[in-house]
Write a protein that binds this ligand. Structure first.
Ligand code: KG4
Ligand code: ZN
Length: 336
C-alpha cells in the first residue's frame, strides 16, 4: 500500500487533552478524537503535570488508533505525522512527540514538529479555508492571550499580549473563587447566562491603551467585591466578570482590525468557545463591515486537527523536521 499524499496524522498532548486527528490537505478533517483528562485533574482544581503525562502515555495509543479507524485510513496511508513540540508541559509534550517520531520511523514517513500557538491560528482555516488576509486573530487560551496581525500563513505580527494572567487563567481563577469548579471558563459561561452582566461594573484594564491586556486586577476586583458583598448573586458576579473580559477583548480586536486595515477577524483558543465573546465579536464585526470567523467550539479548544493542518502547511513550506527535534515548553509564536 502506498501513502496517500494528502493525509497528515496530527497529535496533540501539550496540556491535558490527548488528541489525534487525520486531516487531508490541511483542511478536510477525516477524524478528530480528543480525550479530555478533565476528570483526573478536577479534584486538584487545575492540571497536575505529572498526572497529565502519565495519562497521555496510557491514552495516546488508543486515541491514535481511534483517529485512524474513524478516518477509514490506515497508518501506512499517512503522508506525514505532525505533533505539538511546544509550548506546553514538558512531560506531556514529550509523550506526543516521542509517539509521533516512533510512528514516523515505523511507517517511514516525515515527522513535522508544530508550534501549538500557530496550530490555534490554523484552527479557523481548517473550517474556512477561504478566510481572507490581512486579518486580526485573537488567540485566547488558558496559557496565552495574544492579538496577532496576519498577512498570510507564517506571517505573524504580535500586536499585543497579556502582561499578567491569560484570559482563560482569569476565568479559571475566578470560577474557583466563586466555587464553580474546574475548568472555570465553561462553568462561568454556563452560570452567566442567567446573570446580569451590568450588575457590577468591574474594571476594564488598559481598555484604550495599546493592545496589551491585563486580567489580574480584574480577578482581584471580583474577590474584593464578593468579600464586601457576600449577598451578591453568583450568576450576576460571573456575568459581570465575563462582560468585563469580553469588552476588552472585543474593543482591542476591532481597534486593531481598523488600524491594520484588516478585512477579517478570527478567534482561536479555549476562551473563543465563550458564548458572550462569540456573540459580541460577531456584532462588532457586522457593525464594522468585517468578516468574522469563529471556529466551532471543538476547534477552539485543544485538538489535533489544527496540529495536522499546521503540520501540512509547514511540510509544504519547510519540509520535514529532523528526528532529533526536541520539545520546547516555552516556545513562542514565530514572528515576522
Ligand atoms: O486552548 P485551550 O483548550 O488550552 C490551552 O492551550 O490553554 O484553552 C483552555 C482554556 C481554559 O482556561 C478554559 O477555562 C477556557 O479555555 N475555556 C473557556 C470556555 N471554554 C474553555 N473560557 C470561557 N468560556 C468558555 N466557554
Ligand atoms: Zn491550546
Amino acid at each position: 500500500m502506498s501513502a496517500d499524499h494528502r493525509l497528515v496524522l496530527g497529535i496533540e498532548t501539550s496540556c491535558d487533552e490527548t488528541a489525534a486527528a487525520v486531516v487531508a490537505q490541511g483542511a478536510d478533517i477525516r477524524s478528530s478524537v480528543v480525550s479530555s483528562q478533565v476528570d483526573l485533574h478536577a479534584r486538584f482544581g487545575g492540571v497536575v503535570p505529572e498526572i497529565a503525562s502519565r495519562a497521555h502515555v496510557e491514552l495516546l495509543t488508543p486515541v491514535v488508533a481511534e483517529a485512524l479507524v474513524e478516518s477509514g485510513a490506515e497508518g501506512p496511508d499517512m503522508h506525514a505525522v505532525a505533533a505539538t513540540v511546544g509550548p506546553g508541559l514538558v512531560g506531556s509534550l514529550l509523550v506526543g512527540v516521542a509517539g509521533a517520531k516512533a510512528l514516523a520511523l515505523v511507517w517511514d514517513i516525515p515527522f513535522v514538529g508544530v508550534n501549538h500557538l500557530e496550530a490555534h491560528l490554523f484552527s479557523a482555516f481548517v473550517e474556512d479555508p477561504s478566510l481572507q488576509f490581512p486579518l486580526v486573530a485573537l488567540l485566547v487560551s488558558g496559557g496565552h492571550t495574544m492579538l496577532v496581525a496576519m498577512e498570510g500563513h507564517g506571517h505573524y505580527r504580535l500586536l499585543g499580549s497579556t502582561v499578567d494572567d491569560a484570559a482563560g487563567e482569569a476565568f479559571d481563577k475566578v470560577a474557583r473563587f466563586l466555587g464553580l469548579g474546574y475548568p472555570g471558563g465553561p462553568a462561568i459561561d454556563r452560570v452567566a447566562i442567567t446573570g446580569d452582566p451590568t450588575a457590577v461594573r468591574f474594571p476594564r484594564a488598559m481598555l484604550d491603551a495599546g493592545y496589551d491586556f491585563s486580567f489580574s486586577g480584574l480577578k482581584t476586583a471580583v474577590v474584593n467585591y464578593v468579600r464586601q458583598h457576600p449577598e451578591a448573586a453568583t450568576e450576576d458576579v460571573a456575568a459581570s466578570f465575563q462582560q468585563a473580559v469580553v469588552d476588552v477583548l472585543v474593543a482591542k480586536a476591532r481597534r486593531a482590525a481598523r488600524e491594520i486595515g484588516a478585512t477579517s477577524v478570527c478567534l482561536g483558543g479555549g476562551v473563543a468557545a465563550n458564548s458572550a465573546l462569540r456573540e459580541q465579536i460577531l456584532d462588532a464585526a457586522a457593525e464594522d463591515g468585517l468578516n468574522a470567523f469563529l471556529p466551532s467550539r471543538a476547534m477552539c479548544t485543544d485538538n489535533a486537527a489544527m496540529v495536522a493542518a499546521a503540520g501540512w502547511w509547514h511540510l509544504g513550506i519547510d519540509g520535514a523536521s529532523p528526528l532529533d527535534t526536541g520539545v520546547e515548553p516555552n516556545l513562542a509564536l514565530p514572528l515576522t
